[in-house]
Design a protein around this ligand. Structure first.
Ligand SMILES: Cc1ncc(COP(=O)(O)O)c(C=O)c1O
Length: 389
């Protein structure tokens, strides 16, 4: 399933946008946006086609198809150890919308929300879109422990939320149970909402264990809104499907009101809900195979990056991105990005504030969700280019 001959480059070159195959010049390998080069599980296409062939695409309930909600609840109960139910969860049109929606529901203009630095741009973007202020907590590279005393020092009377991205894109950190307890206790003491983005939670490499913060105890759960999606684990980014899970009815109502689903202004597409339901109920085998492949790609990617002069890369515990420190080359992230694009014909994401915050300076991010052949070719081109500097 994850061999090179499964990668359909002619289709990717037509369909893969967001800095990927369809947007780069011919000959460039894009290790950019985290979106797999492999086709999704066949059961998903079959379920979507079966639904579509009836030719009825009626309005769905504003809070989602019952079978989708039930599958999501079952996932969180059985795989994440969270005692939840379908009436606390609803599908949304992406994890990105889930983040924005949670900010809209729980932040007023001028409110502060703590984000990690570096972290995916969606957190800052969503907080600022609703008039909030994103307060960055610098966290160490790689998997080193986070200093929660520093986090607590950032709290002011205006702080309303802590944004947890676990596993953390771009560093690949997977938070330990002890760290999550500390974060949860701070949220309880200061009456803060924890926005827990868990879209990467299926992409955790052995021997690391994933813990959902809402599974720790009832008090922490009551502060938490959990968000997830299907773009990373199942390759469904273009279907724009994700979910939000509240911890109680009051939170749920706030989230659903803020979503505008009741007015039909927004809502999760029925075909996408069918795809997500099928992914959860039938595609565990596919995800297991994908994860096994990714673990092998991670090891190749990190080893190769560390053999390039001036590059240093800590092996990520989760996420299928490598976050390489390139300061030893004497060049900035943007300069290395330009050089690799023009000389090596490999596109990477530069560590710019606009993508990940100030803490990403001196880094580049590379996705390794591709075939071994494509990955090795890209890394060999990068190495040759840097070696010839
Ligand atoms: C941490 C994180 N959250 C959310 C998203 C967006 O997911 P979706 O495609 O469901 O909007 C991404 C995508 O890169 C991500 O890395």
């Amino acid at each position: 399933m994850f061999q090179h001959n499964s990668v359909n480059l002619p289709i990717l070159k037509k369909r893969a946008y967001n800095l990927r195959w369809a947007t780069v010049p011919e000959g460039v390998i894009p290790l950019t946006a985290a979106d797999p080069d492999f086709p999704s599980a066949p059961e998903i296409a079959e379920a979507v086609a079966n639904f579509a062939k009836d030719r009825y695409y009626c309005y769905a309930p504003p809070d989602g198809l019952p079978e989708c909600k039930e599958s999501l609840a079952n996932f969180f109960r059985t795989k994440r150890n969270i005692p939840t139910s379908a009436d606390l969860i609803f599908p949304v049109d992406s994890a990105a919308f889930g983040i924005y929606l949670t900010c809209k529901a729980f932040l007023a203009p001028g409110d502060e929300a703590i984000i990690f630095d570096p972290v995916d741009f969606l957190f800052r973007y969503s907080i600022e879109s609703v008039g909030g202020i994103a307060v960055p907590l610098a966290i160490p590279a790689g998997t080193a422990p986070v200093d929660f005393e520093k986090l607590e020092q950032l709290i002011t009377p205006k702080t309303r939320m802590i944004c947890l991205c676990n596993p953390l894109n771009p560093t690949g950190k997977v938070f330990t149970q002890e760290e999550l307890v500390q974060l949860g206790d701070i949220a309880i003491r200061h009456k803060l909402i924890i926005l827990s983005d868990e879209i990467w939670s299926n992409i955790v490499f052995v021997p690391n264990k994933y813990v959902s913060i809402a599974s720790i105890n009832k008090e922490i759960r009551n502060c938490t809104v959990t968000i997830s999606g299907f773009s990373k684990s199942y390759g469904l980014a273009g279907l724009r499907i994700g979910m939000v899970m509240a911890s109680n009815k009051e939170q749920y109502t706030k989230l659903l009101d803020a979503s505008l689903h009741n007015s039909t202004i927004h809502g999760a597409n029925v075909l996408s809900q069918i795809a997500a339901t099928t992914a959860l109920n039938q595609c565990g085998y596919w995800l297991d195979g994908f994860l096994k492949h990714l673990q092998a790609m991670r090891d190749i990617c990190v080893d190769e990056l560390n053999s390039i002069p001036g590059f240093r890369c800590i092996s990520p515990d989760g996420c299928y991105v490598a976050f390489a420190n390139i300061e030893g080359t004497g060049k900035s992230g943007s300069e290395i990005h330009e050089l690799l694009l023009n000389e090596a014909k490999v596109a990477v994401v530069p560590g710019l504030k606009q993508w990940f915050g100030n803490g990403a300076e001196g880094h580049i991010r590379l996705s390794f969700a591709t075939s071994e052949e494509i990955l090795r070719e890209a890394l060999s081109r990068i190495k040759n280019t840097i070696n010839s500097l």
